[in-house]
Design a protein around this ligand. Sequence first.
Ligand code: HAM
Length: 421
Amino acid sequence: MRFQKPKGTKDILPKDIHKWQFVENIIRNIMELYNFSEIRTPTFENTELFARGVGNETDIVGKEMYTFLDKGGNSITLRPEMTASVMRAYIENGFSNDSAIQKLYYLANMFRHENPQKGRYREHTQFGAEIIGSDSVSTDIEIISLAKEVYNRCGINKFTVNINSIGKKEERNKYIEILKEYLNKYYNDLSSDSQRRLNTNPLRILDSKNENDIKITESAPKILDNLSVESRERFDKVLKGLSDLKIEYYIDFRIVRGLDYYTDTTFEFISKDLGAQDALGGGGRYDGLSEILGGKPTPGVGFASGVERMILVAEKNNFNFTAKKPIKVYFITLNEQSRGISLKLSNELRNHNISCETDLLSRSFKAQMREANKLNAVYSYIIGDEEIKNEKGLLKNMSDGTQKEMPFNEIKNYLLKENAN
Ligand code: HAM
């Protein structure tokens, strides 16, 4: 029987890995520039963490989690997102005692049992950043600006920042009543999903993709018109900060986000290059999450971006990902003795950070040359009988075909000198 990978997962093959490594390097470099530290948390958590943190009425918790009982009878869930895990770790490790503010980032795989389609997988990778411990508008602005910086450096320039504010919990609850009153008038015309959500999570009707729902909600009362003066002023300050940094935005009342923990600012980065799953990334403030998870009141803001989606968009824009460096030397060996010499020499070169490869299949001279070309080797180094006798190999420049004798005991210094120039 031949096995296939589970639906909605992918193999990232060697031919594509340089794209991933390129994006990961950009992320790590930028996070260092912004003074964020990496955090790694377990791939699975106790189910209750997500049920409480993300919210029972959300699609993620209601429909998409990989949840199972372990052998001890505990309910375990593969993480569908990281913010709840990061906040759990923040509280559990007493981070608030170490420093007033924590700036954390992650690059990790998430699991959601969704219907796979372009840009939507059952296992996906998120790059995310969280600033915990400050409610300053500067933190909202910093998160949006760092995301933009990462996108730009990955060749992603065409996207919009869609932003909204959903205010504080009390304001939102009041608004939800107003929204329900409006939507009730159109109950029969709403999609069945939205009819159900009217009772469970009415805000989510605003981001329904159903055409009729979109028409109905177009003229619904807007949350921005129902915020307190304080929340509205806060939102205006965020917008001003973005304008000052020349970050264009689009105020979008439909950005209510699918997770329960959000407060005040919510935003998404939308790319037309993605098709139906058009969110490159999204995030917002979550000032109440710490308390929901049993911690002290602690403000926070963050965002996460799908790395698969970032690569899809960069590829679509023909971005030139830096390719893997070619190897420096390919050893061509013709018998047992020359293979022994090549192992010794390649060991010495690798100890001096010079990459090399030897033939591991006892192939013919021609086949080894073909392999050296395939690997884009800068040089081949041929060790035949004559070369063994003279203790000199033939160093061949693979791009112009020139070759010269190079004693076994000089090749290392020759290549090191060349590297230094
Ligand atoms: P989210 O919007 O659920 O937010 O996911 C963030 C990003 O992950 C999405 O914009 C998308 O790019 C990517 N993504 C989500 N699901 C999939 C999937 N099935 N396949 C491929 N990519 C996917 C969160 O997870 C929040 N924790 C973000 C956050 C951090 N908010 C505050 N801090």
